[in-house]
Design a protein around this ligand. Structure first.
Ligand code: RIB
Length: 320
């Protein structure tokens, strides 16, 4: 029997603690916030949640601690049906924690304590390689950089052996080795990460186009730079595409990049083209920023489809 391709998500699993603020605190200031919420988060967890939300089997590979925060992080994923059999529990270690503040306009600030995300033993590494090796054909691997690079490299190597698409979300904007870049065939940076990787300051669509073209290595890689104004600039097979997302009133950008990656991966796993996947991901992240919280902002198929027509291919030329 043929098995449906799945989305395998490798990276961080966190307990998110979110508070809304009317402005950012000054140095040394105690600021009163409101609407405190304990949520499930972590980039890989959010990606897996998004894929499963769209009806694609998702498997999460990551590490939690042996504390009550692990349940905060994992319970919503269990409820929706994400395969958690590849999640390791690190003894005597707290689960990863993100302290998130969300000001008006939604441009969140996050302080992350990696905790269990940084603890991967040889057995955990072996397990993720086995999971990738035994996954159905045409599965898609997605990974972030909130876990040690040896983890993502091992998963990406196993995925490359199977011929799976390997999607790197180079977030947060830490150093990424050339080796990991070489193993990845699709990169989804935001403007800050694109600058870190390319050396080109990304301020708008034309500069994003230049950075994407520089990172695409003559068309060998697909680069999709997510713009803060919504939409993205895609360089695929050496050709640039500019996708403009609908204007929305953003309230919280937390997890919008994970929604983008989760939808992109899901659409590829269903056999769509890269351009179709980028269009769906742009529509989905436009929805995500209108909701508070990462997983609460993951759209379902109906919500993605409803916004697809609002994403426009624009004719900007970065080198007029
Ligand atoms: O991308 C959003 C995620 O980043 C949050 O859920 C938080 O846990 C951090 O990892």
């Amino acid at each position: 029997m043929l098995h449906q391709p799945k989305v395998i998500s490798v990276g961080s699993i966190n307990a998110d603690f979110q508070v809304r603020v009317d402005r950012r605190p000054e140095p040394g200031e105690t600021l009163t916030g409101h609407h405190f919420a304990r949520l499930s988060g972590g980039k890989a967890a959010n990606v897996a949640f998004q894929a499963q939300q769209l009806g694609t089997p998702a498997q999460l590979l990551g590490c939690v601690g042996d504390d009550d925060l692990a349940e905060q992080a994992l319970e919503p994923l269990r409820q929706i049906g994400v395969d958690l059999s590849g999640v390791n529990v690190a003894p005597d270690c707290p689960t990863g924690v993100s302290m998130i503040n969300v000001p008006p306009g939604g441009a969140k600030g996050i302080v992350l304590a990696e905790n269990a995300n940084a603890t991967w033993g040889p057995e955990a590494l072996h397990n993720i390689v086995e999971v990738v090796r035994s996954a159905p054909s045409n599965s898609v691997l997605v990974y972030d950089v909130e876990v040690p690079e040896e983890v993502t490299k091992a998963a990406a190597e196993a995925a490359a052996e199977r011929g799976f698409t390997r999607i790197l979300d180079p977030s947060p904007a830490n150093a990424v080795s050339d080796e990991l870049l070489d193993l990845s065939n699709i990169l989804l940076p935001n403007p800050v990460e694109a600058k870190k990787l390319s050396g080109i300051k990304v301020e708008d669509a034309p500069t994003a186009g230049r950075a994407a073209a520089a990172l695409a290595r003559g068309g060998a890689k697909t680069i999709c730079i997510k713009l803060y104004t919504g939409g993205c600039v895609l360089c695929h097979n050496g050709v640039l595409h500019f996708l403009r997302a609908p204007n929305v009133d953003a309230v919280d950008t937390t997890g919008a990049g994970d929604v983008f990656a989760g939808v992109f991966a899901t659409w590829l796993s269903k056999g769509n083209t890269v351009l179709e996947a980028a269009r769906a991901a742009s529509a989905a992240s436009a929805y995500a920023v209108t909701q508070y919280g990462s997983q609460a902002g993951c759209p379902d198929n109906r919500e993605v489809e409803a916004r697809l027509g609002e994403v426009q291919l624009t004719p900007h030329d970065p080198n007029p």
